[in-house]
Design a protein around this ligand. Structure first.
Ligand SMILES: *Cc1c(COP(=O)(O)O)cnc(C)c1O
Length: 358
């Protein structure tokens, strides 16, 4: 098996020392040792995200937070902002939970902006708003701080849920500045961990809301999750202890680098990729000024075969992504998330140049 550097928008490469953490001996999830591990993780997450908000780590991928949203936040009706495949998944999931939901749809490649959201909210009676900060399918970054702040000012009772799955831990995510009610992410993207865990940062208001919403399910019941934590400082069901070891270890590394420095490193990789593309006549797909810092989506305006490119890159030990869904051959995506550095991105770009004869 050729080991390829995963420059796809998740999962991303996991450094060997992080992988090794998972080989530690198993411990009981009701032991004091586990309590120490898990409370340590929560404290480190609060430190990394500079917040005292409620935080939980669930043994499930990030999508579980879409079910949690549908089952815990939506009383009567939600507004889901849809500008790509993952934000559409949120819309569909809320529907799957049997809740009423409208979609604010913009074209793929465009960002969600505060004015659009405010206008739409003024037209209906909504109790929940969902928006994706970093649409991985298009590489678009929406200004969620501004959106949340403006919505909270006019509609303090609307619960806001923000998907930061492909950005938290890379892009600068500040839950207190954003003031959203649920901010969630997964382990396999900018946290550079194996898949299988998700993190949710939850406001007190969100818990108050959840108490008023029946049918929260069992695994997805926010009240059960946080009540158990308050009483026992553990998870209500058996967590993936091995991944918790890896998360605990990685959080030390992330805190040593610092959230601001991690953001700057990701920004440098994104800017390098866009500058390189421009120099070679390759257009950027997202609306200018709204480009993701963790995944660059470039147009295939040179009309290359992206599948062939990936095969050739594979022989050289790299893997990137084609476009998502309908954009499969129209765009290609370079994921620069987690532990990658500008030097490694430069090396990838030089290899693409070489393969394409640019
Ligand atoms: C990857 C991704 C998801 C899905 O996360 P899973 O961990 O695969 O469930 C949701 N939203 C965005 C923006 C993503 O990039």
């Amino acid at each position: 098996m050729v080991v390829k550097r995963l420059l796809i928008p998740g999962p991303t490469d996991v450094p060997p020392d992080i992988l090794l953490q998972q080989t530690k001996p198993m411990i009981g999830h009701r032991s004091d040792e586990y309590t120490k591990l898990y409370t340590g993780i929560i404290e480190k997450l609060q430190k990394y995200f500079n917040t005292q908000r409620n935080i939980t780590v669930l043994t499930a991928s990030g999508t579980i937070w879409m079910d949690i949203t549908g089952r815990n936040m939506v009383k009567k009706k939600a507004l889901a902002c849809v500008n790509g495949a993952f934000s559409e998944r949120m819309y569909l999931t809320i529907k799957d939970c049997g809740k009423d939901v409208d979609a604010l749809v913009v074209d793929w490649g465009k960002a969600i902006k505060p004015e659009m959201v405010l206008e739409r909210l003024s037209q209906g009676s909504y109790d929940t708003l969902a928006v994706c900060q970093n649409e991985t399918s298009t590489g678009v970054r929406s200004p969620v701080n501004e959106i949340c702040q403006k919505v909270k000012k006019e509609y303090p009772d609307i619960m806001i849920v923000v998907d930061t799955v492909s950005s938290a831990g890379g892009d600068l995510i500040e839950p207190d500045v954003m003031n959203a009610d649920i901010v969630f992410t997964s382990s396999q993207k900018c946290f550079a961990l194996p898949p299988g865990l998700s993190i949710g940062i939850v406001s007190d208001a969100a818990l108050e809301r959840a108490k008023q919403v029946p049918g929260r399910g069992h695994y997805t019941d926010l009240i059960a999750i946080f009540d158990y934590y308050a009483k026992k400082k553990q998870n209500p069901t058996t967590p993936n202890v091995s991944l918790m070891y890896a998360l605990d270890y990685q959080l030390d590394r992330m805190l040593a680098e610092g959230a601001q420095k991690r953001y700057e490193r990701h920004l440098a990789m994104a800017e390098m990729t866009r500058k390189w593309a421009k120099e070679h006549g390759i257009e950027s797909f997202p609306e200018p000024g709204y480009e993701s810092v963790t995944v660059s989506t470039l147009k295939n305006n040179l009309n290359k075969n992206i599948g062939e490119l990936n095969k050739a890159l594979g022989k050289r030990g790299f893997q990137i992504s084609n476009g998502y869904g309908a954009l499969k051959d129209k765009t290609f995506r370079i994921g620069h998330m987690g532990e990658w550095t500008p030097d490694e991105i430069r090396s990838l770009l030089l290899n693409i140049e070489d393969i394409w004869g640019l």
